[in-house]
Design a protein around this ligand. Structure first.
Ligand code: 13P
Length: 251
């Protein structure tokens, strides 16, 4: 039985004032949520502020990205995995489609970052997903398999024991167009079956989150699918009531 995991990806949103309000609200409402794992991923500059403002150990902290270089050095503008860990991050989102599309991150770079995160015991939340074009032209499974294969060949299948996968169809991100529960389940099952072909025990255990316009009113149905183990939440994670309602739906 897999423990559900819901993470909020705040992306490049917030201010000290708005984050203070959001975290205070999460502090007071998180006790309503059952036994699931929860994380929030603030912009890097606010990680320390969030960690000092969070008054609950029910919510972990994650980063949204990380340097590919394993060690500190002359890499202006970057944060190393050790720095993230030092500031209290247990998770790091890697390979988000916005980083792939806007910043040109390649499958190979994402795979290398996954290896760096694992080497420091920071859990990668590895994002995979297809664009609308790719779905409509019938190469969806091939695209997702390629994204996964890059990581599998870098770290090996057994390492997926410590990897969280987030299936985020690009066309559903921030668009209000959620994948239907059946569409999402189909891809989640594809991912799990693919991993099972290499290591059945790891595939059975691996957490596969769904991300893309998850809201309180669609979360229950999405999370009730057999291979959907929680969500990676963008917009709705900026509102404590919505985020807590989504966490409850996973509980
Ligand atoms: P939205 O929930 O805003 O669609 O974003 C999803 C996402 O990209 C989470 O990483």
């Amino acid at each position: 039985m897999r423990k559900a995991f819901v993470a909020g990806n705040w992306k490049m949103h917030g201010s000290k004032a708005s984050i203070m309000t959001l975290v205070s609200d999460l502090n007071s409402k998180v006790s309503e949520v059952g036994a699931i794992d929860i994380a929030v991923c603030p912009p890097a500059i606010y990680i320390d502020f969030v960690s000092r403002t969070l008054a609950t150990d029910k919510i972990s902290i994650g980063a949204q990205n990380m340097a590919i270089e394993p060690e500190q050095g002359a890499f202006t503008g970057e944060q190393s995995v050790a720095m993230l860990k030092d500031m209290g991050c247990n998770y790091v989102v890697l390979g988000h489609s916005e980083r792939r599309a806007i910043y040109g991150e390649t499958d190979a770079e994402v795979a290398a970052k996954v290896a760096v995160a694992l080497s420091s015991n920071v859990t990668p939340i590895l994002c995979v997903g297809e664009t609308l074009d790719e779905r409509e032209s019938g190469v969806m499974e091939q695209v997702i398999a390629t994204q996964l294969d890059a990581v599998i060949s870098e770290v090996g299948i057994d390492a997926f024991d410590k990897v969280v996968i987030a299936y985020e169809p690009v066309w559903a991100i921030g668009t209000g167009k959620t994948a239907s529960p059946a569409q999402a389940q189909e891809v989640h099952a594809f991912i799990r079956t693919k991993l099972a072909g290499l290591n059945a025990a790891v595939a059975e255990k691996v957490i596969i989150q769904y991300g893309g316009s998850v809201k309180p009113d669609n979360a229950v149905e999405l999370f009730s699918q057999p291979d959907i183990d929680g969500g990676l939440i963008g917009g709705a994670s900026l509102n404590a009531d919505d985020f807590i309602a989504i966490c409850k739906a996973a509980g």
